[in-house]
Every structure is written in structure tokens, then in C-alpha cells.
Write a protein that binds this ligand. Structure first.
Ligand code: ASP
Ligand code: MG
Length: 422
């Protein structure tokens, strides 16, 4: 029999009724003979609520104390799930991040997992206990609680799966798989049966919200097979391995299932970016380094970058994007560097969205970007920035045009489900 990790997201854990549903799904897996470790998120909305308290307390909050606050959401749900499993007659106990421990670095609020100690877990599972682990939490070398960044429970689950060499990591969520795009935006979006790690990485990193990006890179690195599936199934439904979710697999495994590969696998929209423009930056060697050096030091990820053609007098505008959550910090840093950088004005805009088309198929096809630009132009959508990789083309647009852009592109690439396929 197998060893599996089951991870449940915030919507699945929101309230006693739903936790009971989760407990029943978990119990069925154990009854089927598996050793089971469960990783849970905080109740839906809870982390946002806790983050707001931090902001209210201090807009420039200390990330170490922020972690103390936001890690509590998962502590609550892990205890509640253990209690609920016990009420169903199962042996279960919670293992907080510092108890296992799950070691991380000390980059608070976005810590990276180092080692997950597995002895206690393996012993607990071998004794027939269901191990319940709060996602999102870790322990720094300085003995402090860390968190892994928003959505980090997925990464916790994959890390635990790798540490105990699980046969599979099932991520239960409020959607039943990975779609070509957000089905709430495009009714004709199709569910994908298989996605490669590489494609999922691009889809996740550009806002497909299904899985945290880091969890996918970790799964790729550690060779963890990940399935995304819904926790909202009937109580007497078939066990997880027969539920048709989406499997995230290697290129090699995908080749075995290559039925009708498409040019584009998915379209993602990300509203969590903010745009910064620095005007009249001196157009000389080193200018750009003085902008991005301090941001990198402050752990702020810069994504799209455009350096406009030089204006007169050897000056240029530099446009780039940062996560919206880091906008305030980025602005503060750049203002402090104003003299060193030598720019004139700082303009920021968080009302932007990044739209990306992704597919391994574009490695060997020309014209993907041209199709995108034409489709957007035909609908009068203005493109503010562009970036590309081998399997992705992204554009930055006005946030109000997000839904329109996604719909237009889904049709432009012929991805709308036919009635037969839907
Ligand atoms: N509760 C955390 C968040 O909302 C972690 C997670 O759910 O994955 O970001
Ligand atoms: Mg999540």
C-alpha cells in the first residue's frame, strides 16, 4: 500500500462542516490501506484577515512578527482537523512546523524550506496515526517561526511528500483541476488532464492561482508527482486515485499521454503586480544597476523591465513591475536612492494586470506573439509592457481589461471547448 500526502486548501477548511468533509476523505484513504500525512491551509479569508491586522498595527511591519501572527491560521485548522479525525475514531495528531521541524532560512514572510525532518512523521504514520501538518509554517535557524509566502501550504505539502518519499502528493482544492484558463472568466475553458512541470511553473508564476509557484519547482526538482483535484465530492465517491484531476508530470511522462497536444496550453491573468516608472534616469552605464541593486537586496522580485529609448539630454524612462504587496517598500527604497539614481519622478500604478499565454508547443512554432498582439489590438487593448520566455509571452495591460483580454485570447488560439469536448 502507498504512502500519500493530502493537502487541503482554505476553502476546503472553512468551517466545521467542511473540515468534517475533509476528515472523511482522509479517513477513506487510510481505510484503503495508505499511510497518510495531511497538510492544511488556514480557513479561507483568515490569512488576509491576519495580514490586515499587521498592516493596521504597523504599515512597515517587521516580517518576523508578521510571521508570528499569520502562521496562527494554520495552527488552528491543523488542530481542528486532528480533533475531527479523532471524533471519527481515527488516530490523529498535529505536528506544528517547529515540532517536526520544517527547517527554513530566515527570509521572513517568504522563507525557503531547507530540510524537513521525517523521523517523527514516519514513526507516527507507521503507528497508524494520521499526521496533520499546518502548511505555510517553518522554523528558522534562529529558532523563530517563519512563513513561506502566500499560498505556501502547497510548498509545505510537496516538501513533506519529498521528505517521506510519498508515492503521490494530492492537492485538494476548490477547483477540480487545472484549466486552460480561469473558468469563471471563460465558460468554455477546458480542464487539462496533464500539464508538464515547466508549463505549470509558468502558469502558476503568472497567476493561475491553483498552486504556489515554488511548490511546482520543488516538485520538479524532487520528482514528486502532484495531482490537483477537488475536495468537493460526494461522501461516497471513489477514492482519490480514481478521481480525474490534473496530473502534473515530467515531459517524459507526458509523452506517454500525448493525444492532441496544443500550441498553447493555458492563459493566465495576474492582477498582483504593480508598475513603477522612473522618469529621466541618466542614460549611462550603471544607472540601471543603482535601481535594481537595492530592490534585490530587499528581496523584492522585479518581473517585467523596459528601458525606453533614450530621450534628449541622455535621459531615459525605466518601467518595471514588482509584486503589488511590495510596492510601498519598493517606493520607499527608491525614494531613499533618488540622488544616487538621479531620476526625476517616480510614478506607480497598481491597476495593471499581466496576461500570459503559455505552452511548450511554442518552442517550435513562430507567430504566437504576433497572434496575441493582433487579437489585443483588434479589441483596442493597449499593451504597456511585454516579456517573453521560451514557452511564454506576457503583456501588461490595464486591470479593467483583464477579463476581456483573456476571453479574446482564448478564442484567438482556438482553445474554446467545443460542445462535444465540454
Ligand atoms: N494560508 C496561507 C495563505 O493564504 C497559506 C496557504 O493557504 O497556502 O497564503
Ligand atoms: Mg492555495
Amino acid at each position: 500500500m502507498g504512502r500519500i500526502v493530502m493537502k487541503f486548501g482554505g476553502t476546503s477548511m472553512a468551517g466545521s462542516e467542511r473540515i468534517r468533509r475533509v476528515a472523511n476523505i482522509v479517513r477513506r484513504q487510510q481505510a484503503a490501506g495508505h499511510e497518510v500525512a495531511v497538510v492544511v491551509s488556514a480557513m479561507a479569508g483568515e490569512t488576509d484577515r491576519l495580514v490586515n491586522f499587521c498592516r493596521e498595527a504597523n504599515p512597515l511591519y517587521d516580517p518576523a512578527e508578521y510571521d508570528v501572527v499569520v502562521a496562527s491560521g494554520e495552527q488552528v485548522t491543523s488542530g481542528l482537523l486532528a480533533l475531527t479525525l479523532q471524533a471519527l475514531g481515527c488516530k490523529a495528531r498535529s505536528w506544528l512546523g517547529w515540532q517536526l521541524p520544517i527547517h527554513t532560512d530566515d527570509a521572513h514572510a517568504k522563507a525557503r524550506i531547507g530540510e524537513v525532518e521525517n523521523e517523527a512523521l514516519l514513526a507516527s504514520m507507521a503507528a497508524g496515526e494520521i499526521a496533520v501538518i499546518p502548511g505555510f509554517q517553518g522554523l528558522s535557524d534562529h529558532g523563530r517561526i517563519t512563513t513561506l509566502g502566500r499560498g505556501g501550504s502547497d510548498t509545505s505539502a510537496v516538501a513533506v511528500a519529498a521528505a517521506i518519499q510519498a508515492d503521490r502528493c494530492d492537492i485538494y482544492t476548490d477547483v477540480d483541476g487545472v484549466y486552460t484558463t480561469d473558468p469563471r472568466i471563460v465558460a468554455k475553458a477546458r480542464k487539462l488532464k496533464y500539464v508538464t512541470y515547466e508549463e505549470m511553473l509558468e502558469l502558476a508564476s503568472v497567476g493561475s492561482k491553483v498552486l504556489q509557484t515554488r511548490s511546482v519547482s520543488l516538485a520538479m526538482k524532487e520528482g514528486v508527482r502532484v495531482q490537483v483535484l477537488s475536495s468537493f465530492i460526494d461522501d461516497d465517491a471513489t477514492p482519490a486515485d480514481e478521481i480525474p484531476g490534473t496530473m502534473i508530470v515530467s515531459d517524459e511522462e507526458l509523452e506517454g499521454h500525448e493525444m492532441e497536444r496544443q500550441l498553447i496550453t493555458g492563459i493566465a491573468a495576474d492582477k498582483n503586480e504593480a508598475k513603477i516608472i522612473l522618469t529621466r534616469v541618466p542614460d549611462r552605464p550603471g544607472a540601471v544597476a543603482t535601481i535594481f541593486g537595492p530592490l534585490a537586496q530587499a528581496n523584492i522580485n522585479v518581473d517585467m523591465i523596459i528601458q525606453n529609448v533614450g530621450r534628449d539630454k541622455g535621459e531615459t524612462d525605466v518601467t518595471f513591475t514588482v509584486p503589488a504587496a511590495d510596492l510601498l517598500r519598493a517606493q520607499t527604497l527608491l525614494e531613499a536612492q533618488k540622488a544616487a539614481i538621479g531620476y526625476n519622478r517616480i510614478i506607480s500604478d497598481s491597476k495593471v494586470a499581466k496576461i500570459s499565454v503559455v505552452g511548450v508547443g511554442m518552442k517550435s512554432h513562430a507567430g504566437v506573439a504576433a497572434t496575441m498582439f493582433r487579437a489585443m489590438a483588434d479589441r483596442g487593448i493597449n499593451i504597456q509592457a511585454i516579456s517573453t520566455s521560451e514557452i511564454k509571452v506576457s503583456v501588461l495591460i490595464d486591470e479593467d481589461e483583464t477579463e476581456l483580454a483573456v476571453r479574446v485570447l482564448h478564442t484567438a488560439y482556438g482553445m474554446d471547448a467545443t460542445d462535444e469536448a465540454a
